[in-house]
Design a binder for this molecule. Structure first.
Ligand code: GRF
Length: 196
């Protein structure tokens, strides 16, 4: 049986990507990273991925006539690298039909709230403004509606009385780095089962 290949999509620093790479290197995840793609060719996370010897590609939407054309290029790269599971890790664009159709039920994302609460941007700020006692993060399957796919795993983070958006985001991020590899492990196990 061949190993499960991940294609990671990022837009920024890639700390969740790094947590996944580290989990693979520690032998905690039975998978490999086939390629890291960013819509921002200067994303800091691409350099981090390169430092682990991984293949990286910047694909700039501006170089394509339409969003569909841009995503079809992503699909070409993913399929050329025989990617099984697409992992969004701080990928700040809404993923459209080309990638979702090529990878049905095989695209996952992490979001810094306890979904279905606080979808979209500034989820941590939304939780604070709503006066919640608990915040957290969610790994879920990606569907066309933003942050709305089936939940795979969640982690709770208590909101402290003196929390700011920054302090809460930082504590949630610590949990994201544990949750994403753990949730990914269950997806990988499922893919392996189907490959049998
Ligand atoms: C994380 O908070 C993640 O939940 C959200 O975007 C942020 C990405 O951070 N989707 P990083 O690039 O993984 O450090």
């Amino acid at each position: 049986m061949r190993d499960v290949k991940l294609g990671i999509l990022i837009s920024g620093r890639g700390s969740n990507m790094t947590a996944i790479i580290e989990a693979i290197e520690a032998g905690q995840l039975d998978a490999s990273v086939a390629v890291v793609i960013s819509n921002k060719p200067d994303a800091a996370g691409l350099k981090v991925a390169q430092s682990y010897g991984l293949m990286t590609i910047g694909i700039d939407p501006k170089d394509f006539a339409s969003k569909d054309d841009y995503e079809q290029q992503i699909v070409r790269v993913l399929t050329a690298q025989q990617v099984d599971v697409v992992v969004l890790a701080g990928y700040m664009k809404i993923l459209g039909q080309p990638v979702l159709a090529a990878y049905p039920n095989r695209v996952i994302n992490i979001h810094p709230s306890l979904l279905p609460d606080f979808k979209g941007l500034h989820a941590q700020r939304q939780a604070l403004e709503a006066g919640r006692a608990e915040a957290g993060c969610t790994v879920h399957y990606v569907v066309p509606e933003v942050d709305s796919g089936a939940i795979i795993q969640q982690a709770l983070v208590p909101v402290l009385s003196d929390d700011t958006e920054e302090t809460l985001s930082q504590r949630i991020l610590v949990e994201e780095h544990k949750l994403y590899p753990a949730a990914l492990a269950s997806v990988i196990a499922q893919v392996k089962e189907e490959q049998k």
